[in-house]
Design a protein around this ligand. Structure first.
Ligand code: SF4
Ligand code: SF4
Length: 109
């Protein structure tokens, strides 16, 4: 079963802990990202201003395969205090998306 990253970005605070922890895990220089937080908006929707932070994994993300093979969580998942990130089998991610509703996305490496 293919594992994927479920991103429940409605709760993302834009704290950047995922970026920092990934950089440490992968030993990346400052101009490379395994995951990068993007800001969408602000834009006016139905009379109210809205914006979102969305963590977006890059081609450098391998879902922390080494850590997970050793029985640990992906490091960005571990450090995200808002529980935005979950690495799990695709079938479970699909069920979680239905439970969580809008503002979810899936990354398939
Ligand atoms: S995904 Fe989690 S760790 Fe990353 S910026 Fe959002 S809240 Fe912070
Ligand atoms: S799963 Fe691992 S490699 Fe992928 S973004 Fe998170 S910390 Fe980086």
């Amino acid at each position: 079963m293919q594992d994927v990253m479920l991103i429940n970005y409605g709760f993302c605070t834009g704290c950047h802990s995922c970026e920092v922890s990934c950089r440490k895990e992968k030993g990346l220089p400052l101009d490379e990202w395994g995951i990068k937080v993007q800001q969408i908006g602000p834009e006016k929707l139905g009379g109210a201003w809205e914006f979102d932070y969305v963590p977006v994994p890059s081609r450098l993300c391998d879902l922390c395969s080494e850590r997970r093979t050793a029985g640990s969580k992906a490091l960005c998942e571990l450090h995200c205090l808002a529980n935005v990130i979950e690495v799990l089998p695709a079938e479970e991610a699909a069920k979680r998306m239905v439970e969580l509703g809008s503002k979810t996305a899936v990354f398939v490496p």
